[in-house]
Ligand binder design. Structure first.
Ligand code: AHR
Length: 480
């Protein structure tokens, strides 16, 4: 094993993490020399864009829209990557009129491709009656949603002329449906969720069914009783209709309705409501009021959830007018029964990953006290963000999402401990690793210790250590 001086090794790391182990040269899994964290989106990915929806189009681009703090216009960003939304140019595709209908609040747009043409669903109040909120649809007259002109198709006609918002549309079983939030004048709630097939983008093909009325404690606080912002996730033979509940402050959260994909989704008995919320604020990762989500795939084809959340809990004034519901994104994982496990909001910083030892499928590196265990475990304890390494370019440091500001560090004895970042070259070296192609297979990754590349992170007797490699599979991790 050739021990290069640290600077030479880091240079190697920077150009593709070529490290040698017993003369067997391995190359980084990041062949472009981008480094492991260059492509990870940084949360929040977009400041002050609430109710964010991301649409991944067949042109390979991602499109993002959402509510702006002024509630006065419709915007779209386009990017080849999720991370790129942070700096992507933003096109204003429509502004509310200064008077009359649609001159009030403009809320929660969604971009959809219907019959080969871009359509934008959104809610609008009227001038002087900014909460007389109704749902409208714009259609783009050309293929470029950001540059071509948009025409108002009209107002979506529902069962009542009442407060309605947060429409989403999806195709299931060859039929396009609309799902939205609306006030039923006969029910003492702010909004309930409704579902109906569409005959045209703005006309229902049949009377809607009411999917849920806010009745559970986590759906109501004070005078507000809210079920809104539905988003559909179809996976593992089931439909998961995730919706937002409660006021738009730190109590805002996600609930979920589930149906078998083969059922008649227009029959209420096909749907089961989760008794508890599936995604709530987190004091540990410092994200409050997570909600109004959408679903898409990341560049590797993995399920991700887009949602908004603030990075503070206490709000001055009416939460609806606090501008800092930022757009966030994170991976979705699935339980053994195929249902999504959203975990908790992962917090600011690189989108985290989970690391599963190649010789122990189904187990993960897991934060356990001040150490890292290996085994099964709740999603949040197994999520680690790969941050730029303290030892400089081409190295990574691993930060548990449940211990923001802390990093994994190897000790002289080979133990791996988790603790607050410290100054100094020694700490930087011990808390930094070279991410290289998996020692037991290129579909995995391994981590060589900076300053001692004969040592690699590996699990030994259920605990993570930094040691010379015996079992390569124990030192190779599938990144999920
Ligand atoms: O963000 C504006 C509105 O507030 C959204 O339409 C709704 O989902 C939220 O309650």
């Amino acid at each position: 094993m050739t021990n290069f001086p640290l600077t030479r090794r880091l240079m190697l790391a920077g150009v593709g993490a070529t490290a040698t182990l017993g003369g067997c040269a391995t190359r980084s899994s990041d062949q472009a020399g981008q480094g492991p964290f260059a492509t990870a989106p940084l949360n929040p990915i977009v400041q002050q864009r609430a109710d964010a929806q991301v649409f991944r189009h067949t042109d390979g681009a991602y499109y993002l829209t959402g509510s702006v703090p002024e509630y006065d216009r419709l915007i779209i960003r386009r990017s080849p990557t999720l991370a790129g939304f942070t700096t992507a140019e933003e096109a204003v595709i429509w502004r509310r009129p200064t008077t009359g209908k649609m001159g009030g609040h403009i809320w929660a747009p969604e971009l959809h491709m219907i019959d080969g043409r871009w359509h934008m669903y959104f809610a609008a109040g009227d001038t002087g009656q900014r909460f007389r909120i109704r749902t409208y649809v714009l259609r783009c007259e050309g293929p470029d949603a950001l540059k071509d002109s948009w025409t108002l198709l009209g107002e979506v006609q529902t069962s009542w002329d009442s407060f309605n918002l947060d429409s989403t549309t999806f195709v299931h079983g060859g039929q396009r449906y609309l799902c939205w939030a609306q006030k039923d004048p006969q029910i003492d709630t702010n909004s309930n969720l409704y579902l109906a097939p569409l005959a045209t983008p703005i006309a229902l093909a049949a009377p809607p069914i009411c999917l849920t009325v806010p009745t559970l404690p986590w759906e109501m606080s004070g005078r507000l009783k809210v079920a809104e912002a539905p988003a559909l996730l179809a996976r593992n033979g089931r439909l998961f209709l995730v919706y937002s509940a409660n006021a738009t402050n730190h109590l805002y959260c996600l609930g979920m309705l589930t149906a078998d994909a083969g059922a008649d989704i227009m029959k209420l008995e096909s749907w089961t409501k989760s008794p508890e919320p599936v995604f709530v604020s987190s004091e540990e990762t410092r994200v409050w009021g997570p909600g109004h989500n959408s679903f898409t795939l990341d560049e590797q084809g993995r399920d991700v959830m887009v949602y908004h959340g603030r990075d503070y809990k206490e709000i001055t004034g009416e939460s609806l007018y606090d501008p800092n519901r930022h757009t966030r994104v994170q991976r979705i994982y699935y339980r053994a029964d195929g249902a999504p496990d959203f975990g908790i909001p992962v917090g600011n910083g690189e989108v985290p990953d989970r690391f599963s030892p190649m010789d122990q499928p189904g187990s993960f590196l897991r934060l356990e006290g001040g150490r890292v265990a290996v085994g099964a475990g709740a999603v949040p304890a197994t999520q680690f963000r790969q941050k730029p390494g303290l030892a400089g370019p081409g190295t990574v440091s691993l930060e548990p999402i449940l211990a923001p500001g802390q990093v994994l560090r190897r000790t002289a004895s080979g133990d791996v401990v988790v603790g607050p970042r410290e100054d100094g070259a020694v700490f930087a070296t011990e808390a930094s690793f070279l991410r290289i192609s998996g020692l037991a297979g290129r579909n995995g990754v391994s981590f060589a210790a900076v300053g001692a590349t004969n040592l690699h992170l590996q699990h030994v007797s259920g605990t993570l250590r930094a040691a010379p490699v015996g079992n390569r599979a124990a030192a190779t991790f599938l990144v999920t």
